[in-house]
Write a protein that binds this ligand. Structure first.
Ligand code: ADP
Ligand code: MG
Length: 400
């Protein structure tokens, strides 16, 4: 082209503008086609629902405030054990998987899922072996190699060898601190209740760690309070509770509007507001609803696919209630009793945002004080103006 432009040849001078113009037409058309193809493509689903978010997965959002609180409590010279307390699917495991990012690098998180191998072990040798192996695995993710503990040596005198191993771990830690995070501590409680493990042996070991091994800090995570598990209280003195609940509004907005880099769906402002209202920034429910919105958008015409409207959000609700059935059914079947369910259904029937007076409820459900407390504790309802209402609109919808 440049040669053409400079040439003074008569034909070149004549044809140059024509070639230039054709060239422009073709390039523009290529661009246009590229845009059309891009638009007609489906929106990728960035959401992870149900499974905890693993280390370094981009979708992990927020929780800096909880990281900070844990960091501060770890500095407490009385070395209190911590309880990360939050309802099911509020993000405890996801947080523990990602806690390394939120804490200073001299704190090495060691994550143990008690629902897995440790609590299902048949004896102490198996229990302690699995515990050690999980600790070793997560230390490795933080770049720290721990000595390994052979299963055979535990056969004779499990606790003695385990403590010896802990000595070596302390050496390997050098100036660092280990944060031993035991997820789903209720499962271990169950194993003790069933007589599979002895209370004094297992909880005594935890107490020993807390009192005599300053390099280790203990964090338990679960959806029950220590008061609900009386036997733990006498071993874990001075427990500090870290409450994990709904995301902050800015965090939820990010999860909706920009869950990952190059997210190609835009929301109209009132559509975002509606997602916030329906979910109350519950991390799992935001992901559930937004995933259904994407599924709906992908079925729509490419010309309107990239913009989510209020109508789209409303249309996604029944889909979310259905695909998230396991979450809602767990509340109904495992977290409340029959009276609790009846109370929830009654409040739900009064409509979105309805507050039912305490008096009305006590007339309908006399002697249900304990149940009200349970519903409050499970963060299903809240007290407003001497009455009760649902905390989360999507959960209310399930109970209609
Ligand atoms: N920080 C977070 N950012 C984004 N999504 C989250 C976050 N925490 C939880 N979630 C969502 O909630 C779901 C349940 O989280 P999980 O960590 O398994 O909860 P818990 O351990 O409290 O039961 C995850 O699959 C994910 O969809
Ligand atoms: Mg969990």
């Amino acid at each position: 082209m440049q040669n053409f432009a400079r040439s003074s040849d008569k034909y070149t001078v004549r044809f140059y503008p024509i070639i230039k113009s054709w060239r422009e037409i073709v390039t523009n058309y290529i661009d246009e086609l590229a845009k059309i193809t891009e638009l007609s493509q489906e929106i990728d689903l960035p959401y992870i629902m149900g499974n905890p978010i693993a280390l370094e997965q981009e979708i992990f959002t927020g929780r800096d405030d909880i990281g900070l609180r844990i960091e501060q409590l770890l500095l407490d010279r009385r070395r209190p054990p911590l309880l990360l307390y939050g309802q099911r699917r509020m993000g405890k495991t996801s947080l523990l998987n990602n806690i390394g990012k939120l804490l200073p690098s001299n704190i090495i998180p060691m994550f143990v899922d008690l629902q897995g191998a440790p609590s299902s072990a048949s004896d102490y040798a198996g229990f302690l072996y699995n515990l050690a192996r999980d600790m070793e695995k997560s230390a490795k993710k933080q770049g720290l190699t721990l000595p390994s503990l052979a299963r055979e040596v535990l056969k004779s005198d499990a606790f003695t060898y385990f403590y010896e191993w802990l000595d070596k771990v302390e050496q390997a830690l050098e100036q660092n601190t280990a944060l031993l995070a035991l997820d789903e501590f209720e499962v271990l409680d169950n194993a003790i209740a069933k007589g599979r493990f002895d209370e004094q042996d297992v909880l005594g070991m935890l107490r020993h760690l807390i009192q005599h091994r300053p390099r280790f800090k203990i964090l338990l995570a679960g959806s029950h309070t220590i008061e609900e598990y009386q036997r733990w209280a006498s071993y874990l003195i001075n427990v500090q509770v870290v409450h994990i609940s709904y995301l902050k509004e800015t965090e939820a907005r990010q999860l909706i509007e920009r869950p990952v880099k190059d997210f190609t769906l835009r929301y109209e402002p009132n559509a975002v507001e509606r997602v916030l209202q329906l979910t109350r920034c519950h991390p799992f429910l935001v992901q559930l609803l937004c995933a259904e919105i994407i599924v709906l958008k992908n079925e729509q015409d490419p010309s309107i696919r990239r913009l989510a409207t209020l109508a789209d959000v409303e249309a996604a609700i029944p889909e979310a209630l259905q695909s998230g059935g396991f979450f809602f059914a767990d509340i109904q079947n495992n977290q409340v009793d029959a009276t609790g369910e009846a109370i929830l259904r009654f409040i739900a029937a009064q409509g979105e945002g309805a507050i039912v007076s305490r008096q009305t409820l006590l007339q309908l459900f006399p002697d249900a004080d304990i149940t009200f407390n349970l519903l409050l504790q499970r963060e299903l309802i809240e007290e407003v103006d001497n009455g009760y209402c649902f905390q989360v609109e999507l959960i209310r919808r399930w109970f209609i």
